[in-house]
Design a protein around this ligand. Sequence first.
Ligand code: NAD
Length: 286
Amino acid sequence: RLWHQPLKHREWNGTGSTAHFQDIFLGRCYIYTQLVQPEFRPYHMQHTFETKLLIFTSHVLSLRDRDCKKIEEAFRNAFISKDPCEVTEEDYHPLMELASQTVPCDKTVFWSRTKELAHQYTWVRQEMFTLENTLLGYVADGLTWCGDSGSSEMNYQSCPDWRKDCKNNSVTVFWKVLSKMFAENACGMVQVVLNGSLSNAFSKDSTFGGVEVHNLHPEKVHTLQAWVMHDIGKSPSDSCSGSSIMDLKSIMSKRNIKFTCQDNYRPVKFLQCVRNPEDSSCSLRT
Ligand code: NAD
């Protein structure tokens, strides 16, 4: 009696779609478009210079009237009722057009293997933007989603794992398209926070090294500044003089974009020191 059996989704190696996905997506969209306004900003923001505030305000205000339901629908249409291993970049284009957003020049921050630290940095420097500080990055960050070719429901049991199942899955393709667009839209001086506690602070296989670096426009972006940060309490493994950064430097020189690099950039180092005030590297004398 087949018609009585619950619909069986295909089984994949990754975790399934995040429970309450739609509610979280819509809730985050409303928070971003309605509440991330200057008057609702927590007290730590109130001392920001007025000019920076203006840039941020005009940027966020342009999102006020975005229709979250429409954005959610465009998002769903990209992968619902499709084989989650055959999602294409084009599938996400209608969503990208609907929710496109520009970041002011000199304010873009990329990161690779430094997610938490980079976000602490842009949280304190509220005029700066990582991808996750833009609307679509914000709503999708940390979530998993996939559909199924035989059903109009999301698959909450399992989703493709990008290493074990397939690269062209609904989540990976989304981040690829979004990262590409984020890099294409960047202008002026851009920054990247890299992890010097790994043997290769820069990796060509990462999204930063494989997608973002290659989509910066040399006509718009004049300089890439890299900050190589060492975790407090771990021995440094890579630095600005290491070979992985030399690779990045040569890619940038071929792309005609000026490259600078600094180990343990002080504004970011201070954030690490807030958590580890007793560490010797955090004392005034070093
Ligand atoms: P990273 O290696 O720290 O990866 C960031 C996250 O993306 C990790 O959760 C990782 O598991 C996942 N990831 C990386 N490559 C993937 C792939 N091919 N398929 C599926 N998941 C993958 O750093 P990265 O790869 O350089 O990515 C960070 C940069 O790219 C940032 O500058 C950001 O703008 C963008 N990005 C953000 C996210 C996110 O989850 N918020 C994901 C991918 C890319």
